[in-house]
Write a protein that binds this ligand. Sequence first.
Ligand code: CU
Length: 319
Amino acid sequence: MRVRHSVLFASLLALPALAACGGSDSAQSGELENRSDAGGASAAATVSPPVVEVAARDFAFDAPAEIASGWTTLRFRNLGAQEHFMSFSRLPDDKTLDDYIAEVAAGAFGTAMEPYYEGEVELASALETLLGLIPEWFGQMVFSGGPGLLAPGLSQDVTVNLEPGNYVLECYVKTPDGMFHSALGMIAGLTVTSAETGADEPEADFDVTLANYVIEAPDQVAAGSQTIRVRVIQDPEGMLKHDVHLVRVTEETDLGAVIPWMSWIDGMEAPAPATFVGGMEQLEAGHSGYLSVDLEPGSYAWLSEAYADQGMVKEFVVE
Ligand SMILES: [Cu+2]
């Protein structure tokens, strides 16, 4: 009765066929919505987003059942011994967490990928099966950000603008023996109500901009507390949207080993080959989220989960 490997959604960049169903002209939309922040400093006092405490353990989330809509700061702590993240994706109005598990996670991904992990089929065959099983409504899910990859014992603040609806929270890092965290309990529902936080969009110290397929970000950043706007200006050609994760680069860090680790298919087994200090989960083009972290001097790198191997890696120095 194992549910091993059965629950996830992830970077289908390995599926060239998916590019076809994404529509060819998704490249543009983002710049149009580079919105009001330039001229938005009105005389009114700004309202800070409320802080919602959330946490990850091995292997469950601590999170409220419902929160208000609008700008909200998710204070995410990793209380476990393995890396975790907490993606927020909004379900279509007529779908539930149970539908997601039955049709997407266990249904499509579990059914398609289990034979691959058991060594019974080739990857290409498993991915073709997966494509055929993913329900059409998966394409209507709205990827809404959330706390990215984080090492054990650390915390990060991620501020996102959530619309009302029913959300799936998920982490699909794997245990050292290849079990998806989501299959072990790290999948949960959360309702965002129509009550509004009334908070203003935060102000950032600098931007990290995600496009196809490049991360634009400063080469040098001042040490200390930084609020970073993660801004997505294009949707990629694959099914997975853009996200970004921050690693500390030390003498022991081999980015050449971190990049393949980012793949949900054959990588992502804890422990990671680098220290992840935060990140922003997948966001749709035209949207932004904010990451607040305290940066010690040293070398760092931003990495995309799905597209790091297509060049979405950006190294920088904190001084
Ligand atoms: Cu996890």
